[in-house]
Write a protein that binds this ligand. Structure first.
Ligand code: ASP
Length: 599
């Protein structure tokens, strides 16, 4: 079964050599009685020739081998006849004239084609059911290799920066303020549960108290959230924490990491330092906290313009403390009725009552709202938005955050429509990194009628804002940062609270978590902080998303060897599954069918 060479190795330098190769049968061709097998392994392809004039039995055997079977061949390296050289293959000048053929494992006919183009067309469920075949496709093999190279670059980088990798438990305890958790029943403690770790956040902070100073981990995290193209129930974070650092140290450290990954994997030089944008500016200008900076169409605020407007919808919004925002979709006046309707639906799905617009066409402004606007208001819009014939202006009038969010989404839709028309080019490899900073420490949750941590409750307030915690928590900025690339949040982190009194105050006075609950969930952490906790901060990056971007795919399932489907199933192994009554008994668990009332 041993092989003398891999399948991308043989060249003219090997002519005359006796070799043996093992791999998968990529294809079998019959050229006037001579049988050619393209033999493939993970390195490449070598052509093997079975000439019936030398060995009729062997070539008849070769003719009947089915594609994707695993075989071993032995033979000698010979030049390909003139005119049959394949310049696109490293082995394209030679072939192996076979003297032996051993079928190590015969393959059934695969349920879908294993070339990139063919495989891309089939239903993803089929690919996931036969993932071992899907992973044989060149694109998927390359994705796995890119993931390996990216991970290696990250480990090398942190090693060179004097960090050590420490593993933390997957079985943790339930801390319900984050995402929904996966619970694991305890056999030894009836009725009690572990929770799978959503992130190693608390452990990495404890490691700082333990004096590790510089920690990283390529860590598996688990969150029971609805799955999407960029979300899996288990995913991988590059998780980092360091002591005695401030925000500037973190920015420099992680710019270095990302630059190394892009250089090592793609050979691309990313300029640094990355630009930074305050959260408020990101919302005001792009309507989102993860702006895609590869294109313009910035939002403008016209709240002052419409404060005393005759157009009651805008005037009323401003009077009740809201904002009127507008954006010029340059060159989109040819929008169809259907497209406009679809945009309106998008706006409505975000809570808008409709989507006001002005179409600049044939030298006039066409819009149901234009008759309500004064000349001064029109002049203000035309000037600030640079409205020209062929443009389309969209408005949002709502509470500030909602108005930003609505128009921010419309901005993305508009970019897609202009791309479709060939009026805008957005390159996938136009890497626009950005730090978004100065988030509010707390956000007010209307449903819960209280404050919730914008990032997580361990984030330190900006020092000069700390005095506002008692009087105006909403105005306190957090030492939190997000790293954004082309409209995607790659990761985020913060400088942490390391003083137990301040941490307790955030839990109890600001977040209003009852003292006994704080003790139950976080008591061990507060205690640890009383034994010499250094100032510390850190960040976590979504590795799957980074690798997806490096591979040029939008689905993280393409860069995870064995992902779950959108419905959380492993179609290959077939999970989840029921378990035996004995197993349930050991775990002290009784199943209640979904249509039965709970006891
Ligand atoms: N643990 C955080 C998260 O998973 C990241 C961090 O603050 O370091 O989002």
């Amino acid at each position: 079964m041993k092989r003398s060479h891999h399948c991308a190795q043989l060249t003219k330098a090997d002519l005359g050599a006796a070799v043996s190769l093992s791999g998968w049968v990529d294809s079998v061709r019959d050229h006037g009685g001579i049988i050619f097998i393209d033999l493939r392994d993970r390195k490449g392809v070598t052509q093997v020739k079975f000439d019936p004039r030398g060995n009729p039995e062997l070539s008849s055997k070769a003719a009947h081998v089915k594609p994707e079977s695993v075989v071993r061949v032995a033979g000698s390296v010979v030049p390909r006849p003139a005119g049959t050289v394949n310049a696109s293959l490293p082995t394209g000048e030679v072939e192996v004239d076979a003297s032996e053929l051993e079928v190590l494992n015969a393959s059934e006919t695969p349920p879908f084609p294993l070339d990139d183009a063919g495989g891309d067309k089939v239903n993803e469920d089929l690919r996931l059911t036969y993932r071992y075949l899907d992973l044989r496709r060149p694109r998927m093999r390359r994705n796995l290799a890119v993931r390996h190279r990216a991970t290696k670059a990250i480990r090398d980088y942190f090693d060179s920066e004097d960090f050590i990798e420490v593993e933390t438990p997957a079985l943790f305890k339930s801390t319900p303020e984050g995402a929904r958790e996966y619970l694991v029943p305890s056999r030894m403690h009836a009725g009690q549960f572990y929770a799978l770790s959503q992130s190693p956040q608390q452990f990495k902070q404890i490691l700082m108290v333990a004096g590790v100073e510089r920690y990283f981990q390529i860590a598996r995290c688990f969150r029971d959230e609805d799955l999407r193209a960029d979300r899996q129930m288990e995913f991988t974070q590059v998780d980092v924490e360091a002591s005695f650092v401030d925000r500037e140290d973190i920015y420099a450290l992680f710019e270095g990491m990302l630059r190394k990954v892009w250089k090592d994997v793609l050979g691309t030089d990313i300029p640094a330092p990355f630009p930074r944008m305050q959260y408020v500016d990101a919302m005001n200008r792009f309507g989102v906290d993860k702006p895609d900076l590869r294109f313009g169409f910035e939002l403008r605020d016209f709240s002052e313009t419409f404060r005393a407007s005759g157009f009651k919808v805008f005037q009323g919004t401003v009077a009740s403390g809201g904002a009127v925002k507008a954006m010029n979709a340059k060159g989109l006046a040819d929008l169809t009725q259907g497209e406009l309707k679809a945009l309106e639906e998008v706006a409505k799905s975000l809570g808008a009552k409709g989507l006001a617009f002005i179409k600049a066409e044939g030298g006039e402004w066409k819009s149901p709202i234009v008759k309500f606007l004064s000349d001064a208001e029109k002049a203000a819009l035309a000037g600030a938005l640079d409205v020209a014939d062929g443009d389309m202006v969209f408005f949002a009038a709502a509470p500030w955050e909602k108005a930003c969010a609505i128009l921010g989404r419309i901005r993305l839709e508009v970019a897609a429509l202009l791309q479709k028309r060939g009026k805008l080019v957005i390159r996938q490899d136009d890497w626009k990194f950005l730090w978004v900073v100065d988030f509010p420490l707390m956000s007010y949750d209307e449903e819960q009628k209280g404050y919730v941590a914008t990032h997580h409750p361990f984030t330190a307030p900006v020092a000069e804002d700390a005095g506002l915690l008692d009087t105006n928590p909403r105005a306190v900025r957090g030492q939190h940062y997000d790293i954004v690339l082309n409209g995607m949040e790659l990761g985020g982190g913060s400088i942490r609270i390391h003083q137990p009194a301040l941490q307790k105050k955030i839990f109890e006075d600001v977040l209003k978590i009852p003292a006994d609950v704080v003790e139950n969930r976080f008591g061990y952490m507060l205690r640890a902080f009383t034994y010499g906790a250094p100032p510390h901060g850190g960040i976590a990056f979504g590795l799957d998303r980074i690798v997806a971007l490096l591979c040029g795919t939008t689905s993280i399932r393409d860069v995870i060897a064995f992902p779950k489907t959108q419905k959380g199933q492993d179609l290959m192994a077939g999970s989840p599954t029921p378990v035996t009554p004995k197993q349930l008994k050991e775990l002290h668990i009784a199943i209640v069918a979904p249509d039965q009332p709970l006891a």
